[in-house]
Design a protein around this ligand. Sequence first.
Ligand SMILES: Cc1ncc(COP(=O)(O)O)c(C=O)c1O
Ligand SMILES: [Zn+2]
Length: 411
Amino acid sequence: MSLDFGPAVALSCRECGARYPLGPSFACQECFGPLEAAYDFGDVTRAEIESGPANIWRYRSLLPVPSDVASKPNMNPGWTKLVKAGNLGRALGIKSLYVKDDSGNPTHSFKDRVVAMAVEAARNFGFHTLSCSSTGNLAGAVTAAAARAGLDACVFIPANLEQAKITMARVFGGRLIGIDGTYDEVNRFCSELIGDPMGDKWGFVNVNLRPYYAEGSKTLAYEIAEQLGWRLPEQIIIPIASGSQLTKIDKGFKELIKLGLVEDTPYKVFGAQAAGCSPVSTAYKAGHDVVQPVKPDTIAKSLAIGNPADGPYVLDIARRTGGGVEDVTDAEIVAAMKLLASTEGIFAETAGGVTVGVLKKLTESGVLDPEAETVVLNTGDGLKTLDVLGGESVQPTAVIKPSLDAFRATV
Ligand SMILES: Cc1ncc(COP(=O)(O)O)c(C=O)c1O
Ligand SMILES: [Zn+2]
């Protein structure tokens, strides 16, 4: 099999550094540590990147994809807006605030970025079926990308997800299997399926293709830096489910520094969780290096991973950069969704309520520096989690007869 993963040359163990040839493997044979893509970057210039397409493929020379990737049928995600959030900043007392709004991706979440990497890996390995374990957004991103790439799809979710996420995953075709259990149980089931003849030639994007898939999150780091004028932000708030997005954004910033594409300035990374599924923030606050698994109970279902694979790496990054990890209650999540919507016109899903809620909490408690340039991530679209909004906000302000008198009487 002749593989083309562009600048990626090997898989390396994140624990012991052992190196392996590029393949559909995800755990180290020496120490069972997780594997990730390792690169041999050539000269990468700002000019070359800037002349690329307005999607993630402008960064193809930093990703595990072939150089002609942009010409293949794929979803072309990325290059989403970095919104200067002056109104939200004023409401919270933060001088320079930006929202990186990934709800603008093709299937309305950041998952299109990671799935685009997995599709290339599936093509390379000759897999005919694209699969995943999902908390909802990934299911939609996988079924859509499989449809466009001409692959079969079969994805697995906890059966109790939001209706909009189920509908989205179904409409693109393929099979959507609801499992009576938590995300962690769904994920374990998918790992069993890989070892079974039934799962032969299946690319599980977040299991046997994980080292490639996870690299897609680096594009968030590249875009934020480029959109800031080739600078790193001073503070960034990132949601945590498995923790992979956070660790890869840090990897992306470090690569930009190493390649001389940005100046080596300090940045603090803050992780955000829902209180009903906060194993990483609990470990962070207790000063532990080990993340104790929990059973999730929160409206932020997209972040409801009780046993986050990248948890310990998140703790390292938060501590190394001088950042932190915090959590917010379900009521704070909904309030933050409304605050972001009413100040910036951005309708975030619950995950965005988690990051904005943590932004508010850490600003009020003085942990975040209000003078520092700050980026907060919104990773998904509020139309996918309408179910959490209730009360008067789901009704018209008033229902009146179409007459001026009636309107005068209401206002
Ligand atoms: C909307 C949204 N934001 C953030 C995340 C967190 O991703 P990660 O598992 O990389 O921490 C997810 C994961 O499913 C998600 O759906
Ligand atoms: Zn190892």
